[in-house]
Design a protein around this ligand. Structure first.
Ligand code: DAH
Length: 340
């Protein structure tokens, strides 16, 4: 009988079940009125008394093994049954890997560039490591001029003439060197400033620069172009205003605000109570800049503008902290999966 019990234990462990009916048949086979456990008990009664102490626990072990398997298998088939009832097909192959999503800055960059391309602007890029001429001197920043301090610059230690560009305006200078007017170009890229990282500032961010040079380009052209952009980007009802400002490379210079609204407490807070939000800097290219780059300022005039992609993205999607763009937290990034 000892051997028989061992064989039964091995048998119970090796059983496999395809259906709930098979599980039920297994239960009947062992625990039923004419089942194997009953037979064992009958046999046990005839066992010599000195063996009963050893075999009794063994029989209980077999019974326990049957009950354990039954509990597990019954639970498995019960789950499958309820999955089926709820319409879940557990036999369906697993879905593929989820697709990645475009970064919100990329989504906005493409949208802005697309709007200007439709107006006939051509996209160009320039180097991130620059020299003093392209970032400052060629843009009418005199040496030692305090306007250079408007932007805290990262210099290359070995060669102080080399630096990381602080704005994409440097690409304007590169293109003026290369081309002859008329030119209508849009210049997206990464820029660097030696600034402490906070919710509103970062040492690395992105800008989009625009430049249009031709005969008779006027301030009205600038305003109309930017109004068209704002309406396409923020919606057809968008209102803009231009405020006088200062940049060494434009004269006159302006900053452009869009009307945000003053209805909610949030509106009041982010617009500092004015209802308006600044989106970019712009102006008529200073004749000094044209001349410094070999363009006849008597014949040609032009306008330029520059905007921060992070800033515009924060406005469009109401994002409160710039650092989110650089952390690559999927919970943040996946919210833009619907954007093209
Ligand atoms: N370069 C300026 C900045 O980084 C932005 C800017 C202002 C660009 C006026 C322009 C412009 O082209 O005309 O703050």
């Amino acid at each position: 009988m000892r051997e028989e019990l061992d064989l039964l234990l091995a048998d119970i462990a090796s059983r496999t079940f395809e259906t709930a009916d098979q599980v039920e048949a297994f239960r009947v086979e062992f625990l039923g009125r004419k089942g194997k456990i009953k037979d064992l008990m009958a046999e046990f009664r005839n066992v010599a008394p000195e063996l009963k102490r050893e075999l009794g626990p063994q029989i209980n072990k077999v019974k326990g093994a049957v009950e354990e398997r039954l509990a597990i298998e019954q639970a498995v088939f019960k789950k499958k049954k309820s999955a089926k009832a709820s319409g879940i097909d557990a036999s369906r192959p697993a879905g593929g890997q989820p697709h990645g999503t475009h970064h919100p800055l990329q989504v906005v960059r493409r949208e802005i560039v697309g709007i200007f391309k439709n107006m006939g602007f051509e996209v160009v890029e320039g180097p991130e490591i620059e020299d003093d001429w392209h970032v400052f001197s060629g843009l009418n920043f005199p040496p030692e001029h305090p306007a250079r301090d408007m932007q805290d610059t990262f210099f290359v230690e070995r060669n102080p003439d080399l630096l990381l560009r602080t704005h994409t305006s440097s690409v304007q200078v590169r293109e003026m060197e290369k081309r002859k007017p008329p030119m209508r170009i849009i210049m997206p890229g990464r820029v660097f400033r030696n600034e402490a990282v906070s919710s509103r500032a970062h040492c690395i961010f992105h800008q989009i620069e625009g430049l249009y040079i031709d005969e008779n380009v006027s301030f009205a052209d600038l305003k109309q172009t930017l109004l068209h952009f704002a309406k396409r980007f923020f919606g057809p009802e968008t209102k803009i205003r231009l405020r006088p400002s200062y940049f060494p490379f434009t004269e006159p210079s302006a900053e452009v605000d869009v009307y945000w609204g003053l209805e909610t407490e949030v509106d009041k807070r982010i617009t500092k109570g004015t209802g308006w939000l600044e989106i970019l800097g712009c102006g008529m290219v200073d004749p000094n800049v044209l001349e410094a780059n070999g363009i006849d300022s008597k014949k040609y005039s032009g306008f330029a503008f520059g905007m921060g992609i992070e800033r515009i993205t924060m406005l469009k999607y109401q994002i409160g902290d710039l650092r989110l763009f650089f952390e690559n937290d999927k919970r943040f990034l996946n919210q833009f999966s619907g954007e093209r």
